[in-house]
Design a protein. Sequence first.
Length: 273
Amino acid sequence: MVQSLAFGLSFLQRMDMKPVVVMGCFDNQESGPVEAVTRPWCTKGLVERCQQLTEALQQHSATVLPFFSAESFLQLHEAPQGSSAPHSIVVDISLLQWSLDCGTIPLVCPVGRDGRGCSLVLDPTEVTAAISRALQPLKVIFLNNSGGLRSEKHKVLDMVSLPADLPGLSGAEWLSPVEHRRLTTIARLLNQLPTESSAVITSADTLLTELFSHRGSGTLFKNGDPIHRYNSLDGIDVERLLALINKSFDKTLRQDYIDSLKGRMHCLYLSEG
């Protein structure tokens, strides 16, 4: 799986795309937004996986820059004592942007610092979201070794439309706590990215399939067009509506069609797009 991921990332680099990789913890280690570096395995495991991926990328002729510690550009801003506001991660994007401009793939171990200058292992999902808010990418991909979200019947959810599908998934007991946190993070993140941006949860060995085909094994998240309900034709661009209907059915409505709706139309649903 590491070799497949390394091949995919090296392919993106050869195509002049600019991936940024945030190294993750094992799912059962992602227990909160931040953890003080007090256990040697915490950073040791990150460093070892970062070394492994670096070597695999080099075998595929990729140019890579590992950040075994990102304290120079990742800082945790703690909420004031007594405040209900969550902690936030602040990214100084200049070093990351420099590494991208130099043609390298940055591998970021999510080790930052707090306001006191102490080292902290930050939640990889939150780090990914913070870097994405700073870089404004068109695609954010959360990789694992199992693929997309699975329904109660163990079937992969291939598409999640936000915000419409969020309430149902937020209360789903068949999603793990880690998946619930990731779902919440993605929903919040997509509202802070360009409207054409999307996010994916997928397996690490299906990166290229997910990006360049419709046969991926992951779950795609997109913000759908908001749909509005109208009880009359007031405020609606009627000419545009007629042109859309005529084009959709490849026929032309009779000229008095709109007038014939007066007093008969119950409601009309239109998406913003």
